[in-house]
Design a protein around this ligand. Structure first.
Ligand code: ATP
Ligand code: MG
Length: 324
């Protein structure tokens, strides 16, 4: 009994002294059984997220982005390797992680405030629940819509409610699966700044899947580029420009702290190809909020699109000196 109490107090001590929200993904593989045999979707994923970091995951459709999020959220288990959150195992529906999706998934018969309240930890006292929901409504700018039903609000408002519901339990890690993918361009830009405001107010670790490279570069400290292990079409063979890349561009290494913001750009080749799912990890330069038109971001965008096999046109070609 004494030993159990001691280990509980050690865990509590570790929780209260270490900054919460450190994610370690070590050697993770996820293989699904299929009719035609086992299919490996993720392989050799090694990533460490620092507490409070915002990381974006980009990659071709089917490469395993949502699978990775589900693994971190404890909704699925790796076939190999381990995932820890602050040294412990994350379990589905506990208070350590929360997930939000492209579609808001609100209950249509409940009000916006009631939908947000669904995200509160079980057992929250009614008085505290009321206060917390009011705080969250204010945080996402929905106080005026508290009593409305989901069908009565816009897509952007519904998505803000979905974010608030995910934040309700103050998760150590917020997992976002293409959260702004269904929104129009203007609403999406507003949501980016809202997410940054929320992150300033509640600096939780964020892992966000997106198909939008610009969104990734605007919001994230680092961008993880995943490759499809089963790509049937070969990547286009074309000469690769030397690009501006900051920090580590390899799958492993320099993972963890995201402290190299603002360092001087270096010209670097694309990372060497590896066998695992993580093709590159790119540290995004500059502090947030970033200038969307910054030259370093334009070059990184081109480099990431290149990694995704997307043909792109750059309006600011590299000079001969930079290219040498
Ligand atoms: N439970 C499962 N059983 C079998 N195969 C699965 C399962 N879950 C996912 N997969 C397969 O794993 C692969 C990766 O799926 P995942 O949803 O993670 O891709 P994704 O990168 O999120 O794609 P998208 O960008 O289209 O959302 C797909 O081929 C999918 O069919
Ligand atoms: Mg997906």
């Amino acid at each position: 009994m004494r030993r159990i109490l001691m280990s509980m107090s050690e865990t509590l001590h570790a929780r209260t002294t270490a900054p919460a929200g450190a994610v370690r993904i070590d050697g993770v593989e996820r293989t699904f059984p299929t009719k035609t045999g086992p299919r490996t979707v993720l392989r050799d994923v090694d990533v460490a997220l620092a507490p409070g970091e915002i990381a974006a995951v980009v990659g071709p459709s089917g490469c395993g982005k949502s699978t990775l999020l589900r693994l971190i959220g404890g909704l699925d288990e790796p076939t190999r390797g381990s995932i820890t959150l602050d040294g412990g195992i994350a379990r589905a529906h506990d208070e350590s992680t929360a997930i939000a999706f492209q579609e808001p998934r609100l209950l249509p018969w409940r009000t916006i405030a009631q939908n947000i309240a669904l995200g509160l930890p079980r057992g929250t006292k009614p008085k505290r629940a009321k206060e917390r929901v009011a705080e969250l409504l204010d945080l996402v700018g929905l106080t005026h819509a508290a009593g409305q039903r989901p069908r009565e609000v816009s897509g952007g408002m519904a998505q803000r409610a979905s974010l608030a519901r995910a934040l309700a339990r103050s998760p150590r890690v917020l997992l976002l699966d293409e959260p702004f993918g269904a929104l129009d361009a203007l609403t999406r830009l507003k949501m980016h700044d809202l997410l940054l405001d929320i992150h300033r107010a509640q600096p939780t670790t964020v892992l966000m899947v997106t198909h939008d490279v610009e969104e990734a570069l605007y919001l994230a400290d680092r961008v993880l580029l995943l490759r499809n292990l089963h790509a049937t079409t070969a990547q286009p063979e074309r000469p690769r420009a030397k690009v501006v890349a900051l920090g580590s561009t390899s799958g492993i290494g320099a993972l963890g702290a995201s402290g190299s913001h603002g360092s001087a750009p270096q010209i670097a080749d694309d990372a060497p190809a590896r066998d695992g799912s993580v093709a590159r990890v790119v540290t995004v330069p500059g502090t947030r909020p970033r200038d969307r038109g910054a030259r370093t971001l334009t070059d990184l965008r081109a480099s990431l699109l290149d990694g995704l096999g997307v043909t792109h046109h750059t309006t600011t070609p590299l000079t001969a000196k930079e290219n040498s």
